[in-house]
Design a protein around this ligand. Sequence first.
Ligand SMILES: Nc1nc2c(c(=O)[nH]1)N[C@H]1C(S)=C(S)[C@@H](COP(=O)(O)O)O[C@H]1N2
Ligand SMILES: [Mo]
Length: 329
Amino acid sequence: MPFIHLPKPWQLPESAVTPEAAFWNRRKFLKTLVGAGIGASVLPLGACGRSGDVDPALRKTLGRPLGGVTPNPDFQDAGRPITKQVHASRYNNFYEFGGTKNIWQNAQKLPTDPWTLEVSGLVKNPRQYDLDDLTKHFPLEERIYRFRCVEAWAMVVPWVGFPMRSLIEDVEPTSAAKFVRFTSFYDPQITPGPAWEFALNLPWPYVEGLTLAEMANELAFFAVGLYGRTLPKQHGAPIRMVVPWKYGFKGAKSIVKIEFLAEQPATYWNVISPNEYGFEANVNPEVPHPRWSQATERIVGSGTNPFNWERQPTLIYNGYGEYVADLYS
Ligand SMILES: Nc1nc2c(c(=O)[nH]1)N[C@H]1C(S)=C(S)[C@@H](COP(=O)(O)O)O[C@H]1N2
Ligand SMILES: [Mo]
């Protein structure tokens, strides 16, 4: 964004971060430019080419290029550089494939074609989307979002996908629907979990949940791509959740089922350790995890090894309070 430089909350000194910071004005400003047909020429043209250098082993794990993707003008600047793909796509959490960050090659066992995403429960139009539907049924846009894991590592990546709201409009929840459960792929032959899984008896499949109001929020997104291509398996191909104001564990990967419910569903990490991983799980620098502070975060790929990655302050709602604070007042 070379010509426009108005501060967002994350570009201001901590003392200047107020709920009504300049973020909002800047969003309106960008919308005006685009509406007048001026903005398009200064907006980046999608994220192919933004991934940085990719080595041959990693290249094998990448998806196919996605065409017809519109960059969403509101989400082109996350206030930090985009994380290079060599870092983002080789440092993952996907416990179905192991308990370390280094599961990117192991995750290639995930069978993604064919795929069926079933949407059911309290909806007027239950649906099944196949693999093709996921990239063709909804118009695709690109959003560059901050991402903050509860373990205090953070990155910025260009997702491709569609707003969760579009799917809500497709299936039309009934007035009884208040919560939504998202279930990840699970097959004990393919996704055995970490080596220590048997000791803990982990509650597979991985499930996550949102309130319907959270799912309808402008930020809530289904990603089917990353850096201009379909999602690599290690990131949750062919479709995963992205809720950038919440800790990363809320973003279930490789979703096979979405159910609209009247009651709050049980969720994977909350079942494992309820006092460490809440249902709401909004990013909040002032609420420490029982075992570590959440005040700062380590920037993925910013140093030679994860132990000396640069630290930066964590922001309430991960910097997205303008969009979501109303949900919690
Ligand atoms: N099915 C499934 N989804 C998951 C996880 C997982 O282990 N299994 N890990 C979560 C956690 S803790 C994080 S931080 C993010 C990591 O996403 P990334 O690897 O694409 O960066 O995925 C989330 N979604
Ligand atoms: Mo995480």
